[in-house]
Design a binder for this molecule. Structure first.
Ligand code: PHE
Length: 337
């Protein structure tokens, strides 16, 4: 039978306990000595095989050692437990802070703010109007007569009681002119609605920015200069644009504004469908009837108006190929802005 040196075991284990820095280490040392396969447990198991005399001597010693270690462990354990409890109350002001998770603005909001900034720098005020409109403001006052086929341009969502969800921001032209004397220049960013099947280019709700500038001699040349300046600043490069004859009941003459495709620079690509040009907005000189309907005398005043799709501007700027992404709430998309 090998010699059982209790003194050495005691010294060694005590040393180890002293060095233990946390509950986990303490637990490992406990297992090493007092666990099922622990050193002391093993010795206890072999006691029965020893001759009586030695058994009594070693038995006494090993039991003392066992009690001694158990006591030490308990002491240190409660010390550690207390230390962790105390720690919870303790605030380390030098510790690096936890970064709070903050949200960020939606790409359409970013674009809207940028557009407002640019136009404000050119002396335009930002004006808003209601999303629920009357037929008068959305159509009649804008020179779109009751049974005029032009109404089919705008697939309208009608509400019970005869009102409707505005199909464009143009009704705010009327609302503003009713209450304000020219000269003035405004833009009207806002949500509009159309009864439409959705696809990559169409949504039932989207955003427009209306523009209106009225004065004694406001001209198409002024319009072109303002829009050119806006586009250059918005896209941060020289943009080539063209005015194409078009028709809107509330402007005369009317035109469509195209710009050189931002993606391919005009060579022709899938975004511009090989055309090199992208249609960006409708515009024209405010129709005399619209001025009249707003209480202004067309012999004294004239001006231009335009309406552009905010979503489309954003899609071109960020090279997004599906308008539905803006409204999907998909964080994989939104977190890229
Ligand atoms: N309201 C028109 C549209 O929604 C755009 C437009 C605005 C055209 C102002 C001319 C003048 O298509």
């Amino acid at each position: 039978m090998e010699k059982i040196d209790l003194k050495t075991i005691k010294k060694r284990s005590e040393n180890e306990f002293k060095k233990a820095v946390d509950l986990k280490e303490l637990d490992e040392i406990f297992k090493k000595y007092l666990g099922k396969k622990g050193e002391i447990t093993q010795i206890l198991k072999t006691l029965s095989k020893l001759p009586n005399e030695r058994r009594a001597k070693i038995g006494k010693g090993i039991n003392e050692l066992k009690n001694f270690l158990e006591e030490k462990i308990e002491d240190k354990k409660s010390y550690f437990t207390k230390a962790t409890e105390d720690k919870e109350e303790w605030l380390d002001i030098t510790a690096p802070g936890k970064k709070p998770v903050v949200g960020h603005l939606h790409p359409l909001t970013l674009i809207k703010r940028r557009i407002e900034e640019i136009f404000q720098a050119m002396g335009f005020s930002v004006v808003e109007g209601p999303e629920v409109e009357t037929e008068w403001y959305n159509f009649d006052a804008l020179n779109i007569q009751k049974d005029h086929p032009a109404r089919d341009f705008w697939d309208t969502l009608y509400l019970k009681g005869g009102n409707l969800l505005r199909t464009h921001t143009s009704p705010v032209q009327i609302r503003f002119m009713e209450k304000n004397e020219p000269p003035f220049r405004i833009i009207v960013p806002g949500r509009v609605f159309r009864h439409e099947a959705t696809d990559a280019k169409h949504e039932v709700n989207f955003y427009q920015v209306e523009g209106l500038m009225v004065g004694k001699d406001v001209s198409v040349a002024n319009f072109k200069a303002v829009i050119q300046e806006f586009l250059n600043r918005f896209y941060q490069k020289e943009i080539k644009l063209r005015l194409r004859p078009s028709f809107f009941p509330f402007t005369e003459p009317s035109f469509e504004i195209d710009i050189n495709c931002i993606v391919c620079g005009g060579k022709g690509c899938s975004t511009c469908l090989g055309q090199g040009w992208i249609e960006l907005m409708g515009a024209g000189m405010v129709h005399p009837n619209v001025l009249k309907n707003s209480g202004l005398d067309p012999r004294n005043w004239q001006g231009f108006a335009f309406g552009m799709g905010l979503d489309r501007l954003a899609m071109m700027k960020y090279k997004i190929n599906d308008i539905r992404l803006f409204y999907s709430g998909d964080l994989r998309f939104l977190q890229q802005f």
